[in-house]
Every structure is written in structure tokens, then in C-alpha cells.
Design a protein around this ligand. Structure first.
Ligand code: HEC
Ligand code: HEC
Length: 89
């Protein structure tokens, strides 16, 4: 009996621990760690990548409208530390 109680106790910890993994912060509260340069800045040097991005839904305002953080509509959604990259040039 004692063993079962201990096992239930341990099991409840595992269940609670795993449940915590499903909780993610709401996207509205996401703040990028830096200002994200607009994709037009990148276009001047990366025309091919810009064109390829334009063909995807990541560049389509219609699909991106459901993402309330505008910074996440730009190249910076996948590429980080862009301010330095652009500024160094
Ligand atoms: C003034 C020109 C210039 C601008 C503006 C610029 N880049 Fe670059 N970028 C380069 C050069 C040059 C390289 C190195 C050569 C290459 O990989 O084509 C590079 C490389 C990269 C790479 C590859 C890095 C790697 O580790 O292989 C990424 C990703 C990138 N740039 C993203 C961006 C994004 C996103 C922007 C806009 C915010 C941007 N760049 C703006 C010139 C620029
Ligand atoms: C949905 C995610 C995503 C978005 C949005 C995105 N990229 Fe990329 N980008 C990638 C991935 C993944 C790679 C490939 C990385 C690798 O091969 O190491 C890449 C590679 C690159 C490279 C290096 C390419 C090469 O040929 O070596 C450049 C430059 C680049 N991206 C620029 C941009 C620019 C400019 C934008 C915005 C106009 C942009 N990316 C938007 C995911 C993205």
C-alpha cells in the first residue's frame, strides 16, 4: 500500500511536470530582442533570397495577419542578430 502511495505521488509529479510543457506564453507578449530591419533593407543585397521569400506564405500579409507581432512578418522571424549584420556594412 505504501509503495502505491509513493508511486502515485511520483506519477502526479510527472503528470504536472509534463502538463507545464504545454503552456506556452501568448504570442501577443513576444518581444524581439532587437529591432528587426524590414525585409526591403535585405533586398538590396539579397535579391534572390528576397524573391524566394516573396513566393512563400511567410511574405503574404493575408496568411501572416494571424500573427499579431509585426516583427515576425519579416526576415527576422527566422534570422536573428540582423541589426548588427546590416549596420556593419
Ligand atoms: C549591404 C549588404 C547586405 C544587407 C543590407 C544585408 N546583408 Fe545579409 N549578407 C551580406 C553579405 C555580403 C553576406 C555574406 C555573403 C553571402 O552569404 O551571400 C550576407 C550573409 C547573410 C546570411 C548568411 C549568413 C551565413 O551565416 O551564411 C544571411 C542569413 C543574411 N545575410 C541575412 C540577411 C537579412 C535577413 C538581411 C536584412 C535584415 C540582410 N542579410 C541584409 C550582405 C548584406
Ligand atoms: C521561414 C524562415 C525564413 C524566412 C522568413 C527567411 N529565411 Fe532566409 N533562410 C532560412 C533558412 C532555413 C535558410 C537556410 C539556412 C542554411 O542553409 O544554413 C536561409 C538562408 C538564407 C540566406 C543564406 C542563403 C544562402 O544561399 O546561403 C540568406 C542570405 C537569407 N536566408 C536571407 C533571407 C532574407 C533576406 C529574408 C527575408 C526577405 C529571409 N532570409 C527570410 C529561413 C528563412
Amino acid at each position: 500500500m505504501k509503495k502505491i502511495v509513493v508511486m502515485l505521488f511520483v506519477l502526479s509529479f510527472i503528470v504536472v511536470g509534463c502538463a507545464g510543457m504545454w503552456l506556452s506564453p501568448p504570442i501577443e507578449s513576444f518581444k524581439p530582442s532587437e529591432t528587426v530591419p524590414p525585409s526591403l533593407v535585405c533586398q538590396t543585397c539579397h535579391q534572390d533570397q528576397f524573391d524566394s521569400w516573396k513566393k512563400t506564405r511567410h511574405a503574404d500579409g493575408k496568411y501572416m495577419a494571424k500573427i499579431p507581432v509585426t516583427e515576425l512578418h519579416e526576415c527576422g522571424v527566422c534570422h536573428i542578430d540582423l541589426s548588427a549584420h546590416v549596420a556593419d556594412l
